[in-house]
Design a protein around this ligand. Structure first.
Ligand SMILES: NC(=O)c1ccc[n+]([C@@H]2O[C@H](COP(=O)([O-])OP(=O)(O)OC[C@H]3O[C@@H](n4cnc5c(N)ncnc54)[C@H](OP(=O)(O)O)[C@@H]3O)[C@@H](O)[C@H]2O)c1
Length: 333
């Protein structure tokens, strides 16, 4: 019989309750065995709601449960590294929400731990597992849109609640940490290159002290990229890849829905009727695919797309963006 991976969830975070836990429960070969919260009542309520067999009143008690194989961490950003370390120390495989760290160098210790322990540790960038993103990479590799000259991307939503973890600098809040990471990770994945240098402009909230709107230019070896992210603009998402033969566009590229199909359009022209090819991707859940890929990495040793080395390379770009915002000039990645 196929081996079941029994997951434990650290906290009752929204992303877990709304998306990731149900997605893991639907993943083949996966079971969500337990959920922990700082208060047992919170863990019990979440366990009842989602049909999770075990509830724990501390994160430590979940890590002490020998029946848990793998842990999913959706804690505030500043807690990620500490809890990933504790999971590895407890002998658990661990999948942690993005951004894995607030500084690239913080990931080095996790890489060393993972190597020593033989466990699998990774960053939960669900987009890396969606078949549409794999198709974008394939089309570009096959020269279907010609030489890529430029990439542009935008990601926004509105949340100015000062109590939200995203609006607290000491929690690793800020637009770039929260959503600027997406155009960076997808452009790196598709281009198969690392940016050499970046220049960024951030608008800082004078009271909350986080970047509410950031725009950055990335100089890749083969092309340029321009991205904007904001936590104080009405919701919008777009990614476009500009080639010398055509332009690729994705609708809802990041929070891709799991209940309806999505498109990938290859446009060669400037009028709506000029769309040359529209490929439709039937509904699928990238969080479920992520859980299945993580399980495959544990059981078969298949490299996980959100590996720690990958996370470190992504974080180097995010570090450079924040450095550039503070010095107001180009900085090397
Ligand atoms: N991949 C994605 O699509 C996606 C989407 C959204 C968010 N995320 C990431 O997921 C993580 C969680 O985001 P979220 O919006 O779901 O968070 P959230 O709803 O605010 O939940 C965070 C949880 O962390 C626990 N916690 C422990 N110490 C805390 C503290 N000092 N302050 C606040 N909470 C504390 C709490 O759980 P207990 O009370 O149960 O202990 C809380 O419910 C972030 O890293 C974010 O970047 C990823």
């Amino acid at each position: 019989m196929d081996r079941i991976i029994r997951w434990g969830i650290l906290s009752t975070a929204n992303i877990g309750i709304e998306h990731v836990i149900p997605a893991i429960q639907r993943a083949s070969g996966c079971e969500v065995l337990g959920i922990a919260s700082r208060k047992i009542t919170g863990a019990e309520a979440a366990a009842r709601k989602l049909g999770i067999p075990r509830a724990y009143g501390t994160y430590e008690s979940l890590l002490d449960d020998p029946d848990i194989d793998a842990v999913y961490i959706p804690l505030p950003n500043h807690m990620h590294i500490e809890w990933m370390r504790r999971c590895l120390e407890a002998g658990k495989h661990v999948l942690c929400e993005k951004p894995l760290a607030l500084k690239a160098q913080d990931i080095d210790e996790m890489i060393a731990w993972e190597k020593r322990s033989g466990l699998v540790a990774g960053e939960a960038f669900m987009v890396l597992h969606h078949p549409r993103w794999k198709r974008v990479k394939e089309l570009i590799a096959q020269d279907e849109i010609g030489k890529i000259k430029h990439v542009d991307g935008f990601f926004s939503y509105y949340n100015d609640d000062p109590m939200n973890i995203r609006n607290k600098p000491e929690y690793g809040g800020g637009s770039t940490y929260d959503i600027g990471v997406y155009p960076v990770v997808t452009s790196r994945m598709v281009l198969g290159e690392e940016p050499l240098r970046v220049v960024a402009k951030g608008t800082m909230d004078p009271v909350m002290g986080i970047d509410t709107l950031s725009s950055f230019l990335l100089e890749y070896p083969s092309c340029s990229a321009a991205f904007t992210c904001s936590m104080q603009i009405s919701p919008f998402q777009q990614m476009r890849f500009f080639g010398d033969k055509a332009i690729l566009t994705l609708d809802t590229p990041f929070n891709t829905p799991n209940d309806r199909s999505v498109n990938l359009e290859r446009v060669a022209g400037i009028f709506p009727e000029d769309i040359s090819v529209r490929e439709e991707f039937s509904a699928c859940d990238h969080y479920t695919l992520q859980a299945e890929a993580f399980r495959k990495s544990i059981i078969e040793g298949v490299p996980f797309a959100g590996s720690l080395e990958h996370a470190k390379r992504n974080q180097r770009v995010i570090d450079a963006i924040y450095r550039s915002i503070s010095v107001g000039d180009w900085v090397e990645v």
